[in-house]
Design a protein. Sequence first.
Length: 477
Amino acid sequence: MSLCTLLLITIALPPRYSSVAAGSGLQLVVAPEDDLAGLVGASPEGTVFRLKAGVHRLQMVAPKNYQSFLGDPGAILSGARLLTSFTRQGSWWVASGQTQQGPVHGRCLPTARRCAYPEDLFLDDVPLRHVASLAALGPGTWFFDYAQDKIYLADDPAGHRVETSVSRRAFYGSASNVTLRGLIIEKYANEAQHGAIHGQDPATETISHNWVVEANELRWNHGAGLIIGHGMQVLDNLVYENGQIGIAGIGDDVLIDGNEIAFNNTSGFNWEWEAGGTKFVKTRRLVVRNNFVHDNVGPGLWTDIDNLDTLVEGNYVANNVDSGIFHEISYAAVIRYNTVVGNGFGRCNWLWGSGILIAASPNVEVYGNVLTNNCNGIGGVQQDRGTGLYGPHEIANLYVDGNTITQADGVAAGLVQDIGDQSYFTSRNNRFDRNVYRVGPDPHKFRWLGRRLTKAQWTTHGLDVSSTWLPISPLDR
């Protein structure tokens, strides 16, 4: 995706060292040719590292407590190595001696058979598509023959900058109170479900505490741009064009605020497995607010598996291939004051692809949101999803109120189930009311008790009896 299509946030960097606490007083200036990881290992807790402009290549850093990493404008951490030596083999150009294969992990779409391989190749900062055989090689693609340690290109590399991703992550570990600010982090060969910034120790899965990740640009990494840790603050970052997902992970008391998360899942992962904008698992007291989440191949904002006390508010969520905001097999949540537009058209059957979708999760309130022409509007889905950390995964006490829903096509609101249990409609306290609806000419805009219903049929079940019904404008179609 061309950068010209991004609506990038304008980032004003805060004063240097403003969030450094318990520091050693030591501040080091790091040039691109310096060994950052070695300097970190030799420096005490609390050291501040200021990275000068330029490309800091192949650095993998495990910070210590209270260390800070602050980038001057144009400071880039790159996980890629330059390729400068090619030989001609028939129609192809070949780079030999490539032994950097990382772990293969993930589920791919049928059109992207090599998404699970973490290596990528870039021609003048443009990622090429990784094909699965030499026979499939053509312009704009590349092939890694892992058995022979060879990379094949169809495009003539002469006069171009060719890079292949090698290093698995930029920052990782279980340290506390680390600050990362003002950095560009790109081209890391991190496998799916691992981040270029990885807020845990990958060997022990021990989770970090209280990192501040602010005003960075995370792009062109193969797996996730960022994996969260406990108490992490993710503020005002650009997280785009990562191979699998923008932001993901496990953690308590996490704040995701003011980020742009866009065009992720460039490698073609199956988003029903995990891909797209975000996916959070087993969080407590997660707050996701004021983010611009758009054009991801998968869900926009996704909380899946045993999330408790989630707040999703004030986000603008647009044009994601799957649901805009998706709360799945989790627990108490408030989803409010979001603007949700044009999501879900990659999966439109049943109530999938809803702008806001609640799946097998109790005690959720959805209010004050504005939804416009998503595949479906606000939906609930109940299937046999078992029991989690805090009880059964069942929709109960769902309250959808005070939203404005414009739906030219598809279903504006509803609840569906496929387990033969009508109690989700009659005795689980699932309610819709005080909403504003603008709907298209097809009157059957609601789903309840296994049927598509008109407004009159919907309200006879006690749903939306205090709501407002307005004609749809031609501009809303």
